[in-house]
Design a protein around this ligand. Structure first.
Ligand SMILES: *[C@@H]1O[C@H](CO)[C@@H](O)[C@H](O)[C@H]1NC(C)=O
Ligand SMILES: *[C@@H]1O[C@H](CO)[C@@H](O)[C@H](O)[C@H]1NC(C)=O
Ligand SMILES: *[C@@H]1O[C@H](CO)[C@@H](O)[C@H](O)[C@H]1NC(C)=O
Length: 340
């Protein structure tokens, strides 16, 4: 049923709005987490992210970046990438000793974690000067600005002491400054350009209904699922006609391994009031034509089959033929539609 509705939606709709659906601002982040188990044992984990898309992994043993997307190198040359790689590796090897050497002075207690994040943002095609922050045990310790480290107010006297030590590393701080003010913004813009096709893709959601475990006698738990969509923003609601159902519970938007998203909305209703409810899904890929799924009483399926499915199959066949015929005229075609 859903499949057929989708066929009709795809075929009978005019072209969707074709504005750039680029999320803005978009940020690039490098994260390095160092776990200090004891005085002689530390472990580094690094990764890089473009908003919620992981672009790079990192081999902490060899210090080599692993490019997770075909466009993860942006427009940097091999030489420039190797320089950043070396810098990152050197920092990951050397910085732990600074913490180890100040354990009692800074009142650090094994085991602990130090997290570093550095990155920059792009807004309307312009990339900002980057930032770098360090956290101890998950709470802000200090940030880098204007060539020096500044303690976070929450970091107390520990933060002030750590800053004092880090501010003595003049050469390192100059490199960081260049990295943040020049390399990061340049890399981000190059990355956005190289990954444009992937980042601006539109993937059509699939939607279906199910029931959950009976919440209480005489009630139904209706669940509306929408899956495989991109970009992330999506709107969905349980409704009766035009009226939104107040009890609708929204789940978290969860990632699929292929970079698309999944969301479910549930609603508890009295079983005899379930008829006539519908789930409505709105997404940029649908070009203003929402997916609408009606909750059907299971016993009415036979009738539905005769009255709805049979003509629908015929229509769909016709529609499919027309779609194939017209497909070449379409701009910004949504992908991921299960026709193949
Ligand atoms: C440090 O921790 C590691 C991993 O837990 C352990 O194998 C090692 O023996 C510890 N070393 C010391 C000096 O405690
Ligand atoms: C950055 O540092 C320079 C020179 O030390 C100073 O003139 C300037 O006001 C500082 N800017 C900010 C935002 O702190
Ligand atoms: C990469 O692209 C950015 C933005 O278009 C540009 O500023 C930069 O010069 C390009 N090349 C390198 C090597 O960064």
């Amino acid at each position: 049923m859903l499949f057929l509705q989708l066929v009709l939606l795809v075929v009978l709709l005019p072209d969707g709005d074709s504005e750039d659906d680029f999320r803005d601002p978009i940020s690039f982040r490098i994260i390095l987490t160092t776990s200090f188990h004891n005085h002689s044992w530390t472990r580094n984990q690094g990764s890089a992210w473009l908003d919620e898309i992981q672009t790079h992994a990192w081999d902490s043993k060899t210090g080599v970046f692993i490019f997770l997307q075909p466009w993860s190198k942006g427009n940097f040359s091999k030489k420039e990438l190797t320089e950043v790689e070396k810098l990152f590796y050197t920092y990951s090897i050397r910085s732990p000793s600074t913490y180890h050497n100040h354990v009692s002075q800074w009142q650090l207690e094994y085991p602990f974690q130090v997290q570093l994040v550095l990155g920059c943002d792009s807004h309307f095609g312009k990339a900002s000067v980057g930032f770098m922050r360090i956290a101890y045990q998950g709470s802000d310790l200090m940030s880098f600005q204007n060539m020096s480290w500044w303690p976070s107010p929450k970091g107390g006297s520990r933060a002030q002491q750590v800053c004092r030590v880090f501010n003595q590393y003049h050469v390192f701080n100059e490199i960081v400054h260049k990295l943040l003010s020049d390399s990061c913004p340049r890399f981000l813009l190059g990355l956005l350009d190289a990954g444009k096709t992937y980042l601006q893709r539109q993937v059509r959601p699939e939607a279906w209904l199910s029931t959950g475990l009976n919440p209480s006698p005489g009630h139904l738990l209706l669940v509306c699922h929408v899956s495989g969509f991109y970009p992330k923003p999506v709107w969905m609601m349980w409704m009766r006609g035009e009226q939104e159902q107040q009890g609708t519970q929204r789940g978290d938007v969860l990632p699929h391994a292929d970079g698309t998203w999944y969301l479910q909305m549930s609603l508890v209703v009295k079983a005899r009031e379930a008829a006539g409810l519908l789930c409505r899904v709105r997404h940029s890929c649908l070009g203003g034509q929402d997916i609408i799924l009606y909750w059907e009483q299971p016993h009415s399926m036979g009738l539905v089959f005769l009255v709805v499915i049979v003509p629908l199959v015929l229509l769909a066949g016709l529609a499919l033929w027309l779609w194939k015929h017209w497909k070449t005229h379409w701009r910004h075609q949504c992908t991921g539609f299960p026709l193949e």
